[in-house]
Ligand binder design. Structure first.
Ligand code: F0G
Length: 479
């Protein structure tokens, strides 16, 4: 195990329908017609059904299509050509790849900001810190609302519009809600956001307020809010845009297509991605499965999911050798974006890991905090949840007790959120005051025992004189 667990888990078994994992290895991506298809029993439903789970077995649904008939080499050229178009749909980093998400009937139905087209950046200081020769980061925080959620939300809101829904809703740790609020506003839909009270960064909360969402701060955690929403949504006729909605995940597939295009269609050895509700990693698995079938994947990049140590139910399942069921945990982490103990899309994530011969690991709070500062020192920056990736690369390159990252591997880390998403965390780290202040029942790092700010770059208060400035600069910098 990369990291020994220290937090007790609640012993509720979330899903004991212990199905054979074998289907994770040999599932078929296509279908004879467009439909929703259960990932377990394969039952299909009409594409326009408002449904989030299989009515027979209760499992998650995929959106499936007939295999695209266009020659893959032509597809690659067409996708690239669209970047030079003036049509916003062509410019979108999601709809540019629309041959792989053809659930709309006409281009007029499509919503776009536009989104995507996020950079792939070299991160040399991060690579040196992790002990690998080269590390690239794909920064999804460069999206219109500052997180990866926009890739999926644009597809979810498009489907909401096609269905004629008037209101959309989500439970969120802050990024889904910010994204949904913005896209709903753009599409003229009402939006309802459920966030855990006191459990969301102010920057994210501020976004959903500003974008006009009805923002309900639930006195409970994310898992409670998510369950409540699934209970009330059908009666109120509101459309759920959490990642249980398979159309969200269709949009998120574009991250992989875009990444491969940026890599000149030479697939990296490994893709490291943070895991919370586990929709994102699941969507990457579906994308790679489809691309592989089209002959567009030079090799299977190993999807490596990282959870925060205090919110790591998938890691627990894998490390105990029992990935056929998931035991929910009482989530604890300062990386509030991934503070989730009962992830809805875990079976899709498991499928992605199995199919790609990937891995699941976890990192502790100190790993996350230091890794975030290092990514910042590369001039890149990200929110805490995203920094789990660098923490994991470092651990896996150094420890090698479970899975080892070879220093020569071509690794891409997925940064999911912008550095401005959680300024409070960043300031506290650099001021050596990073601890959780409130709610004794969820304290992971109390005031008496703050995290170490090993790479702190604290602000310096100084007299307003030239001498003081010169002295301070000379003391700190060798220029
Ligand atoms: N990174 C960030 C910045 C996130 O906001 C999330 C999830 C994740 C990683 C994990 O992605 O859930 O697909 O495994 N945030 C959700 C939200 C839950 O409500 O904003 P996942």
């Amino acid at each position: 195990m990369a990291v020994a667990r220290t937090f007790p888990t609640d012993s509720t078994v979330q899903d004991s329908t212990a199905r054979d994992n074998a289907s994770d290895y040999n599932w078929h991506p296509w279908s004879t017609r467009r439909a929703l298809r259960c990932i377990s029993c394969q039952k299909t439903y009409p594409l326009r059904a408002v449904i989030y789970r299989c009515s027979d077995c209760g499992d998650l649904l995929d959106v499936v299509y007939p295999r695209p008939s266009v020659d893959p080499e032509r597809l690659k050229r067409r996708w690239l050509r669209r970047r030079a178009s003036t049509n916003p749909i062509d410019l979108s980093g999601v709809w540019r790849f629309r041959e792989l998400l053809p659930f709309y009937d006409s281009l007029e139905q499509i919503v776009t900001y536009p989104e995507g087209n996020t950079p792939l950046l070299d991160a040399p200081r991060s690579a040196a810190y992790a002990g690998v020769r080269r590390l690239r980061v794909k920064h999804l925080g460069f999206n219109p609302t500052g997180s990866f959620k926009d890739y999926g939300m644009v597809a979810g809101v498009t489907q909401a519009r096609i269905l004629g829904m008037r209101a959309v809703a989500c439970a969120s740790t802050g990024n889904t809600s910010a994204s949904m609020a913005a896209y709903a506003a753009r599409a003229g839909l009402a939006s309802i956001v459920l966030v855990p009270e006191g459990g969301v960064s102010f920057a994210k909360l501020a976004q959903s307020l500003d974008y006009g969402a009805l923002t309900l701060q639930v006195r409970g955690d994310f898992d409670v809010a998510q369950a409540l929403l699934q209970q009330i949504a059908p009666d109120l006729g509101i459309y759920i845009l959490n990642s249980i909605n398979p159309f969200r995940l269709e949009g998120q597939k574009s991250v992989m297509i875009e990444l491969l295009e940026q890599c000149g269609w030479i697939a990296p050895d490994r893709i490291v991605v943070p895991g919370g509700n586990l929709g994102n990693s699941g969507s990457y698995g579906k994308a790679l499965r489809e691309l592989n079938d089209l002959g567009l994947l030079s090799k299977r990049p190993r999807i490596t999911i990282v959870q925060a140590h205090g919110a790591a139910p998938l890691y627990d399942a894998f490390s105990s050798g029992h990935s056929e069921s998931l035991v929910r945990v009482h989530a604890r982490t300062l990386a509030t974006a991934i503070k989730i103990g009962s992830p809805v899309s875990w079976k899709k994530a498991r499928r992605a890991v199995h199919w790609s011969d990937g891995w699941v690991t976890s990192v502790d709070e100190q790993d996350i905090a230091d890794a975030k500062a290092i990514i910042g020192s590369d001039g890149i920056g990200c929110e805490p949840a995203s920094a789990t990736t660098l923490g994991a690369v470092r651990r896996l390159a150094h420890e090698g007790t479970d899975e080892r990252i070879n220093p020569d591997e071509d690794v891409v880390a997925i940064l999911t959120g912008n550095v401005l998403k959680d300024p409070d965390y960043t300031l506290r780290y650099h001021s050596s005051e990073l601890y959780e202040e409130f709610r004794t029942e969820s304290v992971i790092t109390g005031k008496a025992n703050p995290l170490k700010s090993n790479f702190a770059n604290p602000p310096v208060v100084i007299d307003a004189t030239a001498e003081a400035l010169i002295a301070a600069i000379k003391e700190r910098l060798s220029i």
